[in-house]
Design a protein around this ligand. Structure first.
Ligand SMILES: NC(=O)c1ccc[n+]([C@@H]2O[C@H](COP(=O)([O-])OP(=O)(O)OC[C@H]3O[C@@H](n4cnc5c(N)ncnc54)[C@H](O)[C@@H]3O)[C@@H](O)[C@H]2O)c1
Length: 247
């Protein structure tokens, strides 16, 4: 099958300074899209600069409604419209048993990983309703589907993303907006580099394909879901996890 073409499409990607978001921005530009990188980390400015005229960086905090609204407004002002949202920004959590719950840490994870996704969906859909519909891809995780000891806020936030996506899909199914999510397994990105080496080794051993995923492997799933080849797919969650949740 030939690579999907995204010529003429304008795509907003949050969390695009590194990892999966950066790989997605690079792939979609290669496939013809114009991309807007919304990230709190200004390293995304260099990623955008390296992609030339087809990319724009907009400093964005996904937890702040004004900032998210500005991201979508800047996109439409700069590129004329908005066709695809990749709500990818997310953070890991400091793992601890729930009887030692740090409420501020819990709230921070929920604010970025779940409320941030909802805000991005809200302000992107406002623009898509003024245009020709669109496609939304929210980034969940295998931890939306399986439990993990000492992971509470992250798992809860990602499970929230999966069901939020289903409800968004049903709400806008007749208005030309598709909404799907992806649950990656463990992927080699800066998010994992904060984990102890021993835990990483255990993760690789637990992942049926026997290796970590690479960001480009998730970017390709984003590209598919954003393309017309996925025109019948909405409200779905694709597990790109090397078999992790099949066990
Ligand atoms: N790497 C994995 O193994 C893995 C597995 C499952 C799911 N995911 C999910 O994939 C997504 C991308 O993660 P990654 O692995 O590429 O990590 P990453 O750390 O490389 O990228 C996350 C990006 O989100 C940005 N970000 C954080 N807080 C933000 C905020 N408030 N506003 C805007 N941007 C913000 C960061 O600056 C960073 O650029 C996340 O949602 C993560 O939970 C990753």
């Amino acid at each position: 099958m030939s690579a999907p073409t995204h010529k003429g499409k304008v795509v907003v990607i949050t969390g695009a300074a590194s990892g999966i978001g950066e790989a997605t921005a690079r792939l979609l530009v290669e496939e013809g899209a114009q991309v807007v990188l919304g990230d709190i980390d200004s390293a995304a400015r260099e990623v955008a600069a390296s992609l030339g005229r087809d990319a724009l960086f907009v400093c964005t905090d996904v937890t702040d409604p004004d900032s998210v609204a500005r991201l979508m407004t800047s996109t439409v002002e700069h590129f004329g419209h908005l066709d695809v949202l990749v709500a990818n920004a997310g953070i890991p959590e400091a793992k601890s048993p729930i009887h030692e719950l740090d409420l501020a840490a819990w709230q921070r994870v929920i604010d970025i990983n779940l409320t941030g996704v909802a805000l991005c969906n809200q302000y992107a859909i406002l623009r898509m309703l003024q245009g020709n519909g669109g496609a939304i891809i929210n980034m969940a995780s295998i931890l939306a589907h399986v439990g993990q000891a000492n992971s509470h806020a992250y798992s809860a936030s990602k499970a929230g993303v999966v069901n939020l996506t289903r409800s968004v899909a049903l709400t806008y199914a007749q208005q030309g907006i598709r909404a799907n999510c992806i649950s990656p397994g463990y992927v080699e990105t800066p998010l994992l580099s904060r984990l102890p080496q021993s835990l990483l080794a255990a993760i690789v051993a637990r992942q049926p394909i026997g290796r970590l995923g690479q960001p480009i492997e998730i970017a390709r799933v984003v590209s598919f879901l954003a393309s017309s080849a996925a025109s019948m797919i909405t409200g779905a969650c694709i597990n790109a996890d090397g078999g992790y949740t099949a066990v």
